[in-house]
Design a protein around this ligand. Sequence first.
Ligand code: XMP
Length: 430
Amino acid sequence: MKQDMIVILDLGSTENAGLARQIRELGVYSEIHPHDITPEELKKLENVKGIILNGGENRIVGGSAVDITPELYDCGYPILAIDHPSARCDRTLAALPDVSVLKEFVFDTCQAKANWNMKNFIEDQVELIRRQVGDRKVLLALSGGVDSSVVAALLIKAIGKQLVCVHVNHGLMRKNESESVIEVFKNQLKANLIYVDAVDRFLGKLEGVADPEQKRKIIGGEFIRVFEEEARKLEGIDFLGQGTIYPDIIESGTKTAKMVKSHHNVGGLPEDLKFALVEPLKQLFKDEVRACGVELGLPSSMVYRQPFPGPGLGVRCLGAITRDRLEAVREADAILREEFEKAGLDKKVWQYFAVVPDFKSVGVKNNARCFDYMVILRAINTVDAMSATIERVDWDVLGKITDRILAEVEHVNRVCYDMSPKPPATIEFE
Ligand code: XMP
């Protein structure tokens, strides 16, 4: 292993992720592991230079304090304990330690080297993936999103054609998105890629369905069924690759978190198709995943793409999806993205997209009355997607986008800009 490591044992503190980031900012790799890790498991991690315990108020579960495996105290690793022992429920959260305290612990006490960088991370992960997978096969659902693309590139580097990628085109992708997945992964990286054209199947299932939640359920459910069908056709698959990243794990709760919900990236496949998981990004934060993608040579349009909802354009073609409005939303979105890039807004604005509602308005085209759809443009900034403010887009840029949409997109006679912050509006319309 290339990198020294400081292990944070998860005693329930909500600040563990911040602590790991602080240590990584010092140039030393840090991972968070469950509090009940055994000495044997810890030794397998290799290059562990020290341990940090941080519990905070969540350390108390069901009235009793959670502690680490007692033998760990005698394993010889330097241990820094924050807020410990503090087996009292009325404690407030422990503050993160001062950076000088951390530095002293990491560099003086643990003698860790500042050798955390993406190149070393990738080398370590490649070795770990090869050890885990051996000569067996891994299956991966490759949507073309940041996380699945980076995990695919990493797995290709580690095991090449032992990775089988399945890309399902559900017809709700943005313009040229499926094409770029094929170009990058099949043509450039020579991946073993199965492309599934499921457009008619998805649009058929969605026909006449107007309720947003019902649409989401159909898209999510159908995706699993298509993926499952492909998985059943393949032989000798032992592993499922997943683009799980650290924030997914935090959302799902950990052993010591008060509310544990099931991992939203795992599951869905039937019992007889349960594979062992390969999740090489699960310790990374989003910006680190992007850096990993850049280091692996993925195009920046793929690595820095804005967030895109799982149900895709399906929740931006409002109400019951029709092919003409779906095409209109796809074309308008492509124009918006192109013009934002030209204006340098793509690097500034967090999320921007087009929506087409399911009603028409009166207009005039070629000296005749027309009755057509409208496109609503939305551009927002946010830190965590829980609240958002709108981007005050330059009037000329909006004018240019409007002109192009009205000239180039069929069935559209009106363009609006959404001025609403979240709350009370949400970012998406459905
Ligand atoms: P809202 O509309 O709730 O969106 O303000 C917050 C963020 O979540 C994205 N979003 C989704 N992502 N599946 C996803 O993977 C979904 O069903 C979904 N709905 C919303 C949205 O694009 C925004 O970034």
